[in-house]
Design a protein around this ligand. Structure first.
Ligand SMILES: Cc1ncc(COP(=O)(O)O)c(C=O)c1O
Length: 409
């Protein structure tokens, strides 16, 4: 399989990569923030708006039918992609943030009370911390934290101890840390939580683009991710939930589509998934997202993984040779993300200067301020790779980084 991965062709599939930025070839190493889109996704958006655009579900005319079929086709593709038991457990949202807020405001509101515990980890993105703090404040529940060690691995012994309180209602953890790339042992974490009767929400923002997810094999209660980190459009996300849990949850937002019948004496709610999809959804982007899923499926998965792993190893090796540079997060299990700090240099200065050489990385706290606090740093420089990146780009990045450091010294 591996030899079928044709990097030249793959790069051609992503037209944005072929451009000069500030007089240099673009090196896009900000894939953890958002991924680029293949031509098939761009074409699908164009085709939808030039031929099929209409509102979905209630129209009887041909365009409404086409738009509805296109939108629902993506749900069917996702059933296969995530191995969900049915399509109606797949709820379209605006992204991970929207999905987590939905669960907090429905499941949380219905299930948390004074003294209950919501467990998050020290590795979380703010979007998997703040919604829990908000609902905790309202319900009297408490947010507790699974600690992380020096290299970026979660302390599983501490996790086990935190679970013994018997008041843990929900564990909300990411599959992969966006800030430092750690892959968490989610199967083990889910099994441990289930043993004490807690439910588990997995934030898959950084994992879906890198490995296969089987929500049933992993026994996930909730799984959330954003299409834009999976080579699809912005403004679309997915919330998967176990049927009995989703059915027990009250609706989130009220409005069109989420109802069965409305009268001034009372309203009955729609079936899954529509109960949680109030209003006109992001039809075009959901439709185009289906093409991103097809595109990913067409690539040889093993070769994609190999490509990313070789980029991670090469970048780690090259960066480690730079004086005064320290890699933050060296977990044995990592995706292709390298976060680093350099003695006496502010990450932002590095980011701004690298851009002058056409290199796009991310600097700052990566929406993970508690993790930065854990390591006593203000932020890091983060290079994050996708399968369309190359070792030659890493060479350009390292060369540019060395020039930046000379300019800053
Ligand atoms: C781990 C993780 N969780 C949540 C999010 C939030 O995703 P979105 O902004 O698409 O809602 C991100 C985005 O960077 C992330 O990396």
């Amino acid at each position: 399989m591996v030899d079928k991965f044709d990097i030249v062709q793959v790069r051609k599939d992503f037209p944005i990569l072929d451009q000069q930025v500030n007089g240099a070839p673009l090196v896009y190493f900000d894939n953890a923030a958002t991924t680029q889109k293949p031509q098939v996704v761009i074409d699908a958006l164009n085709q939808y708006y030039t031929q099929d655009n209409a509102n979905i579900h209630r129209g009887l005319h041909t365009l409404a039918e086409r738009a509805t079929t296109g939108y629902e086709l993506t749900r069917t593709k996702l059933k296969d992609f995530l191995n969900t038991p049915s399509t109606d457990q797949i709820i379209f949202t605006a992204g991970v943030t929207a999905g987590i807020n939905l669960v907090a405001q429905t499941f949380g509101r219905a299930n948390f009370s004074k003294g209950d515990v919501i467990l998050v980890s020290n590795l979380e993105h703010h979007s998997n911390i703040v919604p829990w703090q908000m609902i905790a404040q309202e319900t009297g529940a408490e947010v507790q934290v699974i600690p992380v060690d020096e290299v970026g691995v979660l302390d599983m012994e501490a996790y086990g101890q935190l679970l013994t309180s018997n008041r843990v209602k929900l564990v909300a953890v990411n599959h992969v840390s966006n800030a430092i790339g750690t892959i968490n042992p989610i199967k083990q974490m889910i099994d441990m939580a289930h043993q004490v009767g807690a439910k588990v929400l997995i934030d898959g923002a950084q994992s879906v683009a890198h490995f296969d997810i089987d929500v049933q094999a992993l026994d996930m209660d909730f799984f959330v991710f954003s299409a834009h980190k999976l080579f699809g459009p912005t403004g679309v996300g997915v919330l998967y939930g176990k049927r009995e849990i989703l059915e027990s949850m009250p609706p989130y937002q009220g409005g069109g589509e989420m109802i069965k019948e409305v009268s001034f004496s009372g309203t009955t709610y729609n079936e899954l998934p529509y109960k949680f999809e109030a209003g006109t959804p992001n039809i075009a982007d959901v439709y185009a997202f289906g093409f991103a899923l097809d595109y990913l499926k067409s690539l040889p998965a093993d070769a994609v993984w190999e490509q990313e792993k070789s980029l991670l190893d090469y970048a780690t090796e090259q960066l480690s040779q730079i004086d005064g540079l320290r890699i933050v997060g060296q977990a044995p299990e990592k995706i292709a993300v390298v976060s680093f700090v350099i003695d006496g240099v502010h990450p932002q200065d590095v980011g701004v200067l690298l851009d002058k050489f056409g290199v796009a990385i991310r600097t700052g706290h990566h929406c993970a301020q508690p993790l930065m606090a854990r390591y006593d740093i203000v932020g890091t420089c983060r290079a994050s790779f996708a399968f369309y990146n190359t070792k030659e780009e890493i060479d350009l990045f390292i060369k540019a980084l060395k020039r930046c450091l000379m300019m800053l010294s």
